[in-house]
Design a protein around this ligand. Structure first.
Ligand code: CP
Length: 302
């Protein structure tokens, strides 16, 4: 696989093989990327994605070039285009991991890049490697992604992780999705059209509590202040949901609670120690999946 831009590009056989590699790398890390260089270009803040990619590359024996804040400390601050930067950075690295505030920026980068580009989040567009680690978490914790009910709650309009995970879940059998959000943050119609085409059953509702007893995977997301042009609307919506231990009592014992993180007030920290809470494990699984992805990219000729 050359560039990693959107979840729709992954086949089930690719995902199965990637997850087998992630399992093997958990048992024993290989230093298979010696002399390879990864550049991380992040135009938006990140903790997990940037550090887990960088840790993955270093653990596999490779090297990392990075700029802490590409919007401020790369020549983007002087007005250089994404395309211009990518053409130059491609001379210094073997793979580029890029996060950008504009939807479609990773695709634009891939059109001019002679080396693989990995989309680490493009505005409200997609975050395909997050979707892979989310799916890996589901399979590791529940044993399967088939025949499950997934509740996605929070900012479904601007949440790229929800969008990318929905596209991936569309590839699995018997998946039922409950989209839980305020009216103003509904999931976009490109996702619901895709789910309709793939015969995935979904429904949309505002209330969280009534959905909890049926749910196998509760995927909680933050209301994203940085995406709102109307800050008064953000203030009105930011406390729409808060998952507490007493709400978790309505969930199945074997269900799991996920969150791409960072978490603000939408999950009470008292939930962290409940058996259903797997969001910190999810961040750990991200390291395994990103190691597997980097190994796959270079083993397939790049
Ligand atoms: N889940 C995620 O993308 O986290 P970061 O913004 O910290 O990378």
């Amino acid at each position: 696989m050359r560039h990693i831009i959107k979840s729709q590009q992954f086949t089930k056989s690719f995902i199965d093989s990637l997850f087998k590699t992630a399992d093997l790398l958990e048992e024993s890390i290989e230093t298979c990327l010696e002399k390879k260089v990864m550049a991380t270009l992040f135009y938006e803040p990140s903790t997990r994605t940037r550090f887990s990619f960088e840790s993955a590359m270093l653990r596999l024996g490779g090297n990392v070039l990075t700029t802490e804040n590409a919007r401020e400390f790369s020549s983007a601050a002087k007005g250089e285009s994404v395309e211009g930067t990518i053409r130059v950075v491609a001379n210094y690295a073997d793979v580029i991991v890029m996060r950008h505030h504009e939807e479609g920026a990773a695709h634009r980068a891939s059109l001019v890049s002679p080396i693989p580009v990995i989309n680490a989040g493009d505005g409200k567009g997609q975050h395909p490697t997050q979707a892979l680690l989310d799916l890996y978490t589901i399979q590791r914790e529940l044993g399967t992604a088939d025949n499950i009910t997934v509740g996605m709650v929070g900012d479904l309009k601007y949440g790229r992780t929800v969008r990318s995970l929905s596209y991936l879940l569309g590839k699995y059998k018997g998946v039922n999705i409950v989209f839980i959000s305020p009216q103003a943050l509904h999931i976009d119609s490109d996702i619901t059209s895709y789910l309709n085409r793939h015969n995935i059953i979904y429904r949309e509702q505002e209330d969280l509590e009534s959905a909890l007893p049926q749910i196998d995977v509760l995927y909680v997301t933050r209301i994203q202040k940085e995406r709102f042009s109307d800050q008064a609307l953000y203030k009105k919506l930011k406390n729409s949901y808060r998952l507490t231990p007493s709400l978790v009592e309505n969930m199945k014992k074997q269900s799991i609670i996920m969150h791409p993180l960072p978490r603000l007030d939408e999950i009470d920290p008292a939930v962290d120690n409940l058996p259903q809470a797997v969001y910190f494990k999810q961040a750990r699984y991200g390291l395994l999946v990103r190691m597997a992805l980097l190994k796959n990219i270079f083993q397939n000729g790049h």
